[in-house]
Structures are given as C-alpha cells and as structure tokens.
Design a protein around this ligand. Structure first.
Ligand SMILES: Nc1ncnc2c1ncn2[C@@H]1O[C@H](COP(=O)(O)OP(=O)(O)OP(=O)(O)O)[C@@H](O)[C@H]1O
Ligand SMILES: [Mg+2]
Length: 152
C-alpha cells in the first residue's frame, strides 16, 4: 500500500491522529518524525502518549534538553527522543539510543540528523506547516512491519 497523507486543522486533530496510530503499536516499533520547528512533532507524541495510556503524573514534554524522556504507559513504555541538539552524528552512537529499541515504543524527533541509528524498518512521519493551525502529516513506511502498521 502506498503512503498515507492527512491534513489536521488544529493540534487536537493531530493528537487524535496519533491516538489512532497508538492502537496499532507494539514493543519494538520505531517511529521517526521529520519536520521543521513548530510543525507539530511533539504535539503528535503527546497524542501517542495518550493513546498508549500514559500513567497519571506523567506528561509528554519536549526532550530537546534531555535528549530522551521515558513515559511509563499502561502496558508498554514510550521512549521519546530528540536528535535536534546532537552536535555530531558520531555522538549518537556513544549515547546508546539503540539500546531502547525493543524495550518499548520509540519515537524520535529530528531522526534525520542521525538516520543510521534507526533500524532499517521504521515508520517515518513527515510534518509540513501549511498555515498557523493547519499541518500536512504524511506516513511513510520503510519495511514490512511499518507497512503493516499502516495497513491496520
Ligand atoms: N494542526 C496542528 N497540529 C499540531 N500543532 C499545531 C497545529 N496547529 C497549531 N499547532 C501548534 O503548533 C505548535 C507545534 O509545536 P510542537 O512543539 O509540536 O512542534 P515540533 O515539531 O515538536 O517543534 P520542534 O522541532 O521545535 O521540537 C504548537 O504550539 C501547536 O499548538
Ligand atoms: Mg518538538
């Protein structure tokens, strides 16, 4: 099946789209988010965390300064990473992000700064700023598992 495109008219619609996706995710799934500053990546992760039933007291925040946040959810953990502040591609390897793959669901903002860290099969989601409150969101699969997620 080909890629899927969506248009959202406010941040709630973006979160609702992420919540639907969350229904199909399982341990080991890796999602890479691509799009300019303010295009809605962290907003989407907030929807994912809601869809995975994030535990009370936790809230999805931008991991720009911490590089990784872990959110305990109902039956699985969500690891939220952000490569924006990586100085060098090599840095990412010493930080051991890949050790989280397989432990829970991993979602990575600015993954294109170090794409070699991601497994070959991951779901790419592209965010495009259309206007103040409108975003175009495109799902692109990179293998059998990510394609299966889109087919569900
Ligand atoms: N349709 C929409 N979808 C998502 N966010 C929207 C939408 N319309 C307006 N917004 C607003 O755009 C902003 C998106 O910010 P967000 O932090 O999610 O972006 P980001 O892609 O994570 O940026 P960064 O690269 O800086 O981490 C929020 O303030 C959100 O309320
Ligand atoms: Mg962000």
């Amino acid at each position: 099946m080909e890629n899927q495109n969506f248009v959202t008219k406010n941040s709630e619609e973006t979160k609702a789209l992420a919540k639907k996706l969350a229904l199909h995710l399982r341990r080991g799934d890796v999602i890479g988010l691509r799009g300019e500053l303010g295009s809605g990546k962290t907003t989407f992760v907030q929807g994912l965390s809601e869809g995975l039933h994030i535990l009370e007291g936790y809230r999805a925040l931008s991991p720009t300064f911490t590089l990784i946040n872990e959110y305990p959810c109902h039956s699985i953990s969500l690891f939220h990473m952000d490569f924006y502040r990586l100085e060098k591609e090599a840095e990412v390897e010493t930080l051991g992000f890949d050790s989280y793959f397989g432990v829970g669901v991993c979602v990575i903002e600015w993954f294109e700064k170090a794409p070699q860290v991601l497994p070959l099969d991951f779901l790419e989601i592209q965010f495009q700023w259309i206007s103040e409150s409108v975003r175009e969101i495109c799902f692109v699969s990179h293998g059998d598992r990510s394609q299966k997620i889109l087919n569900l």
